[in-house]
Every structure is written in C-alpha cells, then in structure tokens.
Ligand binder design. Structure first.
Ligand SMILES: [Zn+2]
Length: 143
C-alpha cells in the first residue's frame, strides 16, 4: 500500500508543479513513462509476488546448476536423483516431514521434495530448505 501512496503523491506533486511552472511536453512524456513503469512495478510487487520471487531466485541461482536441477517446479515432475531423496529421508529420520509416517526406502521415488519455507515467502533455494513429503501429504499440501 505504501507504493500506491507514493505514486499518488508523485502524481499530485507533478500536477501542482505543472500548474505553477508549466512543463514542456518532453518532460510530461518522461513523467508519464515514469508513472507507467512505477505502476507496473507496484502491480508486480503487490499481486504477482510469487512470480517476482521466482524470477529473483532464478537469477540468483543461475550458476549453481546442480542445485537448480534439484529444485522441483511443483507442477512439473522432474526426475530428481534418488540419492538426494535418500539424504533428505535420512535427515528426517525416515519419516514424512508432515504426517511423521514411516517411509519405505524401496518406494523413495514416490516421495516428493518440497520447500520448508516456500520461495515466495522468502525461502532459500538451498538444500537446507528442502523436505521430503509422502505422496499423500504432497497432494494435500497447502503450505
Ligand atoms: Zn506425510
């Protein structure tokens, strides 16, 4: 909401300045472009936050390729090396991190990797931020 206030103040400031000292058309166009870009920025930061964080995380982690292939996009079923899943399962004591049911190591491929703190809430794109969920918990996850 602070962004909206700032935008309105900026527009009013330009309006009153223009009333007192009329701007040339060139500067009016510059102000218009600034206001347009600022509105787009506010829109993305207020209504498209997951997208912005995803973009930012993609930019940040573009060099660490091995980590990048580990991170699942939740809608796409990447083949994640099961050794990473085994490490996570070991870390969690062979229990689903949500329902605490025991895991079957033979069926580790059915278990899904998820974020402890999702990226859109400021979670890190880092193995320490990963957890392993059983297929049931993964399909009902709303966190
Ligand atoms: Zn579970």
């Amino acid at each position: 909401m602070n962004g909206f206030t700032l935008l309105i103040i900026t527009i009013l400031a330009i309006y009153f300045y223009n009333n007192r000292y009329p701007l040339s058309n060139r500067y009016k166009i510059y102000c218009g472009i600034f206001i347009l870009l600022f509105s787009i920025f506010i829109y993305f930061m207020n209504y498209q936050k997951p997208f912005v964080y995803k973009m930012a995380n993609n930019i940040k982690d573009v060099n660490s390729k091995s980590l990048h292939s580990v991170i699942p996009d939740f809608n796409i079923n990447y083949s994640i090396p099961s050794s990473i899943k085994l490490k996570l399962a070991d870390k969690q004591g062979l229990k689903c991190s949500n329902c605490r049911n025991s895991m079957l190591v033979d069926e580790i491929d059915n278990y899904k990797i998820s974020y402890v703190t999702p990226l859109q809430y400021g979670g890190k794109n880092d193995p320490s931020n990963l957890k392993l969920l059983c297929p049931t918990c993964f399909s009902y996850r709303n966190f």
